[in-house]
Design a binder for this molecule. Structure first.
Ligand code: SF4
Length: 360
């Protein structure tokens, strides 16, 4: 049975996984300078197993950290300016930004102000977060956030509560005031019991119940140019020198990093249409390995492939053309489905799956 946790690990609250503790880093404005990236990779090699995930909230997750490695790792991350020395401030910094912001634009300005005013936010459930998505049109609509600042087709900015189709127009320079006020209302109106804004059924306060719609969304970035695709969202700290010429990198929720100041040497988009969680042995919920099988199958699956270590489906919430779900050490195969869906071919071993999909 898969576990659903109501909290997100932070740097100060590491989470246990099958390959050790996970220490999560939330880069400010989703950006790491070259020195920060080098320092992070060195720390991941010194105190973890050298593997770093880029999560679907554009955070970085250092894997395989031992209990004794946590204090020196945290000291290094605080020293690099990647983790707040105050655990409460760190826990509140759940801010997703449109990664293609430019210095001084609305996304940059608003996210920067919100970072500076985190202490004005109320206590919020661990998974609640913000999306500052104020580019020419929204690009984060499908990514997890509870309170969103977005562009309308008319060019204005709105504040929209997740789960509501419309939002309220924001006066210039008052965006963060409104965001904090809505978060404060959420906490005061019992939002913690619902856990997330989209499940909070209370009527919005009158001032926040606007009728403005976000502009039609932009498509998420794909690998190419300065967008470097990361198979399974994984960075190998030992080999991340591919971005050494970069002035900085920006994280995204789409298994891509944006490279500032250099074009990555590698442009291939391997496995961009393939989702696979860490699987066994890294996740204690998994009874099967995932990524090696996904890598072997990917060329033989037209469309989207999802290999999930269990029915929870962490790597992809939406359906995929072919989905394999681990169960009791074997794989259930389903088509056009989410992880855990009733299989057309239950209880297969890897060899049978490879043969069935023509990859043997
Ligand atoms: S889907 Fe994968 S990562 Fe998520 S709990 Fe299951 S095995 Fe673990």
């Amino acid at each position: 049975m898969s576990l659903i946790r109501g909290w997100c690990p932070t740097a100060w609250r590491p989470m246990a996984a099958g390959d050790g503790l996970l220490v999560r880093v939330r880069p400010r404005l989703g950006r790491l300078t070259r020195d920060q990236m080098r320092g992070l990779c060195a720390a991941a090699l010194a105190h973890g197993n050298g593997q770093i995930d880029v999560t679907n909230r554009a955070n970085l997750q250092i894997r395989g950290v031992g209990e004794r490695g946590v204090p020196p790792l945290l000291a290094a991350l605080v020293g690099l300016g990647l983790v707040d020395a105050d655990p409460r401030a760190e826990a509140r910094r759940a801010i997703l930004v449109a990664p293609d912001w430019t210095a001084g634009d609305d996304t940059h300005r608003i996210a920067d102000e919100l970072e500076r005013r985190l202490d004005e936010l109320p206590e919020l459930p661990g998974k609640v977060g913000f999306a500052i998505d104020a580019g020419p049109a929204p690009i984060l609509c499908a990514d997890p956030a509870d309170f969103r600042i977005e562009r309308t087709a008319g060019g204005g900015l709105i504040l929209r509560a997740d789960g509501r189709e419309t939002g309220v127009a924001l006066p210039p320079a008052r965006e963060v005031d409104a965001l904090i006020a809505l978060a404060t209302w959420y906490a005061a109106s019992g939002g913690a019991a619902a856990g997330r804004m989209k499940r909070h059924a209370a009527a919005l306060p009158g001032w926040a119940a606007g009728n403005d719609r976000p502009a039609p969304p932009r498509a998420p970035l794909r690998p190419g140019g300065q967008a470097l695709g990361l198979p399974f969202g994984r960075i190998d700290a030992a080999s991340f020198a591919v971005v050494d010429g970069a002035a900085a990198i920006r994280t995204t929720p789409w298994r891509i990093v944006l490279v500032e100041g250099a074009t990555p040497v590698t442009h291939a988009a391997p496995l961009h249409d393939t989702d696979a969680c860490v699987g066994a042995p890294a996740c204690p919920q998994a009874s099967v390995a995932t990524r090696d099988l996904a890598t072997r199958l990917a060329p033989f699956v037209p469309g989207r492939l999802h290999v999930s270590g269990c029915a929870k489906g962490c790597a992809r919430a939406a359906p995929a053309d072919v989905v394999l779900t681990g169960r009791e050490g074997r794989y259930d195969l389903a088509m056009n489905a989410r992880a855990g869906a009733p299989p057309v071919l239950p209880g297969c071993d890897a060899a049978a799956i490879l043969a069935y999909l023509g990859a043997a």
